[in-house]
Design a protein around this ligand. Structure first.
Ligand code: PA5
Length: 425
């Protein structure tokens, strides 16, 4: 379970101001009174038949291929990327933990394929080098786009489809391409039906940035060798806690309220500080979730991120002494170590130093007038990741609703997509 410490966030004493509002927002989310809230009950209501198919296809890919090329952008990319980084060992993409429960007892086993992400930008060099890298390998393609028409993934898909045809022949498209898209509409769905690709569905009532626990995230995560049952179980447990209408038991609610209180006090930047290098993409996922859900109508908290302790030696200056318009949310893995511990001296392991650095930094920033919220997660495994995803999705939705914005649309992103289509004409 995520342990949240609000001790250095004085606004905790004023949460009463928004408690009634937050509770009614949670009740509305649970009652489905707001559009695009399929993610709220998804951990208990997800399509079990599709879930089994995801595992079957992942097993086929793991037994036959070396690489899965995952094509997507934004919500169709960041969740899976964050998850695979969070769960992987640092120096081997093909080794994963057999037992996500206890770090010390884990056995390392090579059972996942390398998952490569493309279609998340328009760098010609990146695309070309990825095509070259994949060409010599045995690969499958998972193209992920809810709308089916987003430019960046469409460009990459075009090239990887051509590579499948060149390498394996036209008939292999049916086997090697898996499309994750809308159940009925969009050009990707039309093409999948025409060409006979296997498909998975991005549920109608779940928007891109809330979709990591659907096929969007699950297929790449399963292909990387991770246990998606445990991931969903973690999310299910999180759902049972973070939908409670009791501020003393529901830290997602408290956190959402506190963010708003800081915003009302002119703290309009939230810095997410992580202390494990493999959490950097989790921070990117957070930035998309909060930035796209909350920042609209000229309102919202700018989400930023820092990678500790490295950034203490650069951005630490700004955090300590720059403009006082931010608050900081630390996310720390308590047991950030492998089976073989690394000692610093007779008294401390290196992980203890990470914890001491956290305390020293929190104290310094708090003294420097940056309110601090601390979250600690016991260890990095599928269950804690499922919990983290759900915790932040729920707190982001509540937070945006308190602020008075719709957390589930993205008019700004649509504007860019519209402009680029115009220019391409
Ligand atoms: O959260 C969102 O809605 C966006 O970030 C989308 O996920 C992103 O733009 C990709 O869209 P699509 O899946 O339709 O290609």
């Amino acid at each position: 379970m995520i342990k949240v410490n609000f001790e250095k966030a004085e606004e905790i004493n004023n949460i009463g101001k928004h408690v009634a509002g937050a509770k009614s927002h949670i009740a509305d989310l649970l009652a489905g009174k707001i559009d695009m809230t399929g993610w709220v009950d998804h951990p208990i209501k997800y399509d079990k038949e599709e879930f089994s198919r995801i595992k079957e296809v992942a097993n086929e890919i793991k037994s036959e291929a070396e690489v899965l090329v995952s094509i997507g952008i934004g919500g169709s990319y960041l969740g899976a990327k964050a998850a695979i980084e969070y769960l992987s060992d640092y120096y081997s993409h093909r080794t994963v933990r057999a037992n996500g429960n206890t770090v010390g007892a884990d056995i390392i086993r090579p059972n996942g394929v390398e998952v490569i992400f493309v279609g998340n930008g328009l760098s010609e060099k990146y695309l070309k080098e990825t095509l070259d890298y994949v060409e010599g390998k045995n690969f499958y393609v998972n193209v992920i786009s809810k709308s089916g028409g987003t430019l960046e993934p469409a460009v990459a898909f075009d090239k990887f489809k051509a590579l499948v045809e060149k390498k394996y022949g036209h008939d292999a498209l049916k086997k090697r391409i898996i499309a994750t898209t809308d159940k009925a509409k969009g050009i990707l769905k039309e093409e999948a039906d025409r060409e006979g690709y296997r498909t998975f569905v991005v549920p109608d009532d779940i928007g891109g940035r809330y979709s990591v626990l659907s096929a969007v995230g699950l297929l790449p995560i399963a292909c990387a060798g991770f246990d998606i049952d445990k991931l969903m179980k973690g999310a299910e447990e999180a759902r049972s806690i973070y939908t409670l209408l009791d501020e003393n038991k529901n830290d997602a609610m408290k956190y959402a309220i506190i963010r708003n209180l800081y915003y009302e006090n002119r703290k309009d930047i939230e810095v997410f500080a992580t202390l494990s290098p493999n959490m950097q993409y989790f921070a990117e996922w957070l930035k998309q979730l909060f930035g796209e859900s909350e920042c609209k109508g000229n309102k919202g908290i700018f989400p930023a991120s820092l990678n500790m302790t490295a950034d203490l030696h650069s951005m630490g200056q700004l955090m300590q002494d720059g403009k006082r318009n931010m608050f900081e949310t630390f996310i720390m893995i308590e047991n950030d170590y492998d089976e073989t511990r690394v000692k610093y001296n007779d008294k401390f392991f290196v992980n203890d130093l990470n914890d001491i650095a956290l305390r020293a930094t929190e104290k310094a920033h708090h003294t420097g007038n940056v309110p601090v919220i601390e979250m600690k997660v016991a260890e990095q495994n599928e269950a804690t990741l499922g919990e983290l995803f759900y915790f932040f999705e729920m707190s982001c939705a509540i937070s945006a609703l308190i602020l008075g914005v719709n957390p589930f649309n993205q008019p700004g992103v649509e504007e860019y997509k519209k402009n680029i289509k115009e220019l391409l004409k």
